[in-house]
Design a protein around this ligand. Structure first.
Ligand code: DMJ
Length: 642
């Protein structure tokens, strides 16, 4: 499954004669070499030869060097290749050796492509305080994003950071505020917590009763999900925010009020389920009227109908009312009975007939979180994993087998592994297209393999099947492809959609603009797909993979992506902007800061650099909008209906 890595992508000048990386550009010269060189220059000869004091100093220097050679060498860091285990071994000692004396760690070059990062061991050994300071930079970015929103768009769904206005693209429930609240609690951004929770307490209930049409899925994952995870982190169901690890000293919101608003909102959203003749909910709700209706074409997106359960089940648990869980779980129970293509499903479903519609199969838009929630709903309800919810893990497993059998390909010339699409079903052609949205998959695959514990622990306890290992390897390969979608562009930011060059495909197409990327000919970026909406999926997967594999390359990749966001999307007056074209410099902009930049992207980056295992993955499950919910353990009975 593994992608080929081969030679260096950065610059041919850095490749030694044998093809091995030399990194000459960034290597320090050794102290011994420098002194020998300086002694051999005319001026040193002159100084040493002419004055007795000079000769004495030269002698002193040479004896000092001899001393260093004999004693310092024994304290050298064990040089290693870049595999996780050996990297951990940085403090081990070994006997004096000319090579340990001669070598010094290279300086950090600006923006190295990922291959070079993990070939260059020393770059992966950032000290804990370095990661803490990087984490602080992410918190500052979050506060900067909030400041723009708060100044120019408070109460609107989203900020338009360039025109200094707000816009209501999600129904007018102040979506950025609710999406941001738990991120602010996790980061200890106390002022943001105060401002956001005050706005919610003063306004949200009224908004919900007055506003019109909202999309069931978006409102559930962003607003309901945001309210409920802030409820948990504020101690609503567990004193001190449970096992989250969020310091008790950080500011919290008022959990009673958050629960009250959540129930009111969910009661209205339930209309989408109760108004449907089948288990599949209608796509839209008119909040003020307590009514629901289907989209104009009568169809719901498969991912939208199947990405509601973590939120509704958790609400049932904390409210004690099983109706939310019942409605949402019926969707998955129904989908369980429908015919599929090796576990894969079309991206539309008809709420009138309850059947999938069309044949278009993909893990990008409208398909993505169907696969994510099959696993995560199973993970969330630990008590039922081996009984009533077992079917979900089976559906997930079958679907991943289907992905491997029908959707995986490798690029030419360099063997990147990617997930393509079947726009006309299994009997139609394969499309080598992958949305950035698909980059949630590495994280999901890694979580599915170890169920949230580290790979190390899982191996020690003999918990991984061959299939788990294969899925974990696939997760790592796909994560690499996702980061290469960033590093192949001029800005270092990924496009919304990429096409991949495969065997037999003679066409080619426009590239990402970074001519020094090894993958410049593997990845094609079409003009209409060049935008970047500040999406989270890749950094989400890097976070999960770092927690599970403990391989520091995932942090380094995340740091590079964060720096690119800082460089090209930060708006001085406040906020961050989406881009129109990541392949050209300077990139053209889009004047929109999506709510998920604060709810997801910055949260995942913050947690990626976290040294304290905040929100451990065996105790928390993140909804598709990065709102964490506690895993319901057997001792805590959920109000589960089945
Ligand atoms: C978010 O709203 C969620 O992550 C959803 O699952 C997909 N789209 C955006 C982020 O890209």
């Amino acid at each position: 499954m593994s992608g080929t890595s081969g030679h260096l992508p950065y610059s041919m000048r850095d490749v030694g004669a044998g093809g091995a990386y030399n990194n000459a550009k960034f290597r320090h010269r050794s102290r011994l070499k420098m002194v020998l060189q300086s002694l051999s220059t005319n001026s040193s000869k002159y100084r040493c030869g002419k004055f007795t004091v000079g000769k004495f100093l030269c002698l002193l220097m040479v004896s000092g060097l001899l001393y260093l050679f004999l004693h310092k060498g024994s304290e050298g860091i064990v040089s290693s290749e870049l595999h996780g285990k050996e990297v951990q071994n940085k403090n081990a000692r070994r006997a004096p050796n000319i090579r340990t004396f001669w070598r010094k760690p290279p300086r950090l070059p600006p923006r190295l492509p990922p291959n070079e990062i993990y070939k260059n061991n020393s770059l992966l050994q950032q000290s804990p305080s370095e990661w803490t300071s990087r984490q602080k930079k992410v918190k500052e970015a979050f506060e900067h994003a909030w400041s723009g929103y708060q100044k120019y768009a408070m109460g609107y769904d989203e900020l338009m950071p360039l025109s200094h206005r707000g816009t209501d693209g999600l129904g007018g429930l102040g979506a950025t505020i609710v999406d941001s609240l738990d991120t602010a609690i996790i980061m200890g951004a106390d002022d943001v917590v105060s401002e956001a929770s005050k706005w919610i307490e003063d306004n949200l209930m009224k908004r919900i009763s007055e506003k019109g049409q909202v999309n069931l899925f978006e409102t559930t994952i962003r607003v309901l999900g945001g309210l409920l995870s802030a409820y948990h982190l504020s101690g609503g169901d567990h004193p001190g925010a449970g096992d989250s690890g969020v310091p008790v000293t950080y500011k919290k919101a008022n959990p009673e009020r958050l629960l009250e608003v959540s129930k009111d909102l969910a009661d209205r959203l339930l209309l989408a389920f109760t108004s449907s003749p089948t288990a599949i909910p209608l796509s839209d709700v008119i909040l003020r009227d307590h009514t629901a209706h289907a989209a104009p074409d009568g169809l719901s997106s498969t991912s939208e109908a199947s990405t509601l359960q973590l939120e509704f089940s958790y609400l049932s648990k904390v409210s004690g009312d099983p109706k939310y869980d019942r409605a949402a779980m019926k969707v998955l129970e129904h989908m369980h009975t429908l015919p599929k293509v090796e576990g894969l499903v079309p991206i539309y479903i008809n709420p009138s007939s309850g059947q999938f519609s069309g044949e278009n199969i993909r893990l990008g838009s409208r398909g993505d979180s169907y696969y994510e929630y099959l696993l995560k709903v199973w993970v969330q309800q630990e008590e039922y994993r081996d009984s009533s919810l077992k079917y979900l893990f089976e559906m997930y497993t079958e679907a991943m087998r289907g992905v491997k059998h029908l959707l995986l390909r490798k690029t030419v010339p360099n063997g990147l592994v990617f997930v393509g699409e079947l726009p006309s079903g299994r009997n139609g052609g394969f499309s080598p297209k992958m949305d950035h949205l698909v980059c949630f998959l590495p994280g999901t695959l890694a979580l599915g393999a170890t169920k949230g514990i580290t790979k190390r622990k899982a191996l020690e306890s003999n918990l991984l099947t061959d299939e788990d290992k294969e899925n974990l390897q696939l997760a790592e390969d796909l994560a690499k492809t996702c980061v290469e979608m960033y590093f192949v562009t001029s800005t270092g930011l990924a496009p919304e959609i990429a096409y991949f060059h495969i065997e037999g495909d003679t066409e080619g197409g426009p590239d990402g603009g970074n001519k020094s990327s090894k993958y410049i000919n593997d990845i094609i970026i079409k003009p209409l797909d060049r935008h970047n909406l500040l999406r989270p999926e890749t950094v989400e997967s890097l976070f999960v993979l770092y927690r599970i594999t403990e391989d520091p390359k995932y942090r380094e990749w995340g740091w590079q992506i964060f720096q690119a966001f800082e460089k090209y999307t930060k708006v001085d007056s406040g906020g961050y902007t989406s881009l129109d074209d990541v392949t050209s410099l300077p990139p053209s902009t889009r004047d929109k800061m999506e709510t998920f930049f604060l709810g997801e992207t910055l949260k995942y980056l913050y947690l990626l650099f976290d040294e304290n295992n905040t929100l451990p993955l065996d105790k928390y499950v993140f909804n598709t909008e990065a709102h964490p919910f506690p895993v319901m353990r057997s001792t805590e009975r959920a109000s589960h209906s089945v």
